[in-house]
Design a protein around this ligand. Structure first.
Ligand code: PEP
Ligand code: MG
Length: 323
């Protein structure tokens, strides 16, 4: 099936009305790296660092992490890689960490909450990333940021780690970008100042949708109940796009919906210009993007919303069939 997309692999994803959408990939294991070349991805928009921790039976040493991250950056050959710091807890439990007995793990002690409360692991990881980057640009993203203060505290850890590395005489990254994942609705309503100071934002649609609809992403029974093209959700996405555009904050979307062609073109129509997805989705998403006029599609979405549809899917499918 992938062969169908080989002819467009090296083409840019430009819509009929001239909008260029950056298509980047999600990764996490060394086995994903060859896809960077074969999929035509322009970079790695989400590197899930916890996967390396999850496939072991003991905590990896810093030197191992340095070697791993070096291999990732080498394979990327200068393409941007967004390293997400450890996103553990909830559905991702480290086999060598004492499990928490929490009644609602998805709402529990996870991701940046663990990172800030037990900064040892986070510091080691940041150090490893800096050492792996040495002289190259480094991009770090914090998962599950619910309020601006958490982002500031995490960024402060980065600054302190950088200073320590400098004192130790290690080569530093050439540049450093620090961003946040927007995957809890609260962050979308943070003071505008947060949007001014954050380096970039990536919407974690899987978690954002779960919390927006209060529907467990792990629970088959409720997961499919709420359409990603639900008008309320798209309106929420539209507001995030607007807030980011006011402060010119780079914005991307890295949940599974970015890799579904219909959802992807709708996200682009709502103003999203960078989509991060599994490598196999890049061909199909690009193929559809190249066949749509975003302005027209946006009009279709707005009219559907205006009519009072619950989801714009029907209207969008009709439009896509007719064009
Ligand atoms: C998300 O929540 O959309 C996301 C990209 O992160 P993960 O699926 O790893 O939670
Ligand atoms: Mg998430």
């Amino acid at each position: 099936a992938q062969e169908r997309y080989v002819s467009i692999r090296d083409k840019a994803a430009v819509t009929l009305d001239g909008h260029k959408i950056d298509l980047v990939m999600n990764a996490g294991l060394m086995a994903d790296l060859p896809s960077l070349e074969s999929s035509g991805a322009e970079g790695v928009g989400l590197f899930r660092t916890e996967l390396q921790f999850l496939v072991r039976n003991q905590m990896p040493r810093r030197s191992e992490l340095v070697a791993l991250y070096k291999r990732v950056l080498d394979a990327a050959q200068g393409k941007r890689v967004v390293f997400r710091t450890l996103d553990i807890g909830s559905d991702k439990v480290l086999p060598y960490m004492k499990p928490n007995d929490e009644p609602n793990p998805a709402l529990g002690w996870r991701a940046i909450r663990v990172g800030l409360d037990k900064p040892g692991i986070m510091r080691m990881q940041l150090q490893a990333l800096m050492r792996a980057a040495e002289g190259r640009p480094l991009t770090v993203m914090f998962p599950f940021v619910a309020q601006a203060e958490e982002f500031r505290a995490a960024r402060n850890e980065v600054t302190k780690t950088l200073e320590r590395e400098r004192i130790l005489g290690h080569a530093l990254p050439e540049s450093l970008e620090i961003g946040a994942m927007l995957e809890t609705p609260s962050l979308a309503f943070a003071p505008q100042k947060f949007f001014d100071e954050v380096g970039f934002i990536s919407i974690g649609g899987n978690d954002l949708k779960q919390f927006f609809f209060a529907a467990d992403r792990e629970n088959e029974r409720v997961r499919k109940r709420y359409d990603s093209l639900n008008v309320s959700f798209l309106t929420f996405i539209e507001q995030i796009v607007e807030r980011c555009s006011v402060s010119k904050t780079p914005l991307s979307f890295c949940g599974e919906d970015a890799g579904r062609p219909i959802e992807a073109v709708c996200l682009a129509a709502m103003g999203m210009r960078t989509l991060s997805m599994r490598p196999a989705s890049i061909g199909p998403v690009k193929s559809l993007l190249m066949r749509v006029n975003l302005q027209d599609l946006r009009q279709v979405i707005f009219e559907s919303r205006h009519r009072g549809d619950q989801s714009v899917r029907g209207a969008v499918m009709r439009y896509l069939r007719e064009t």
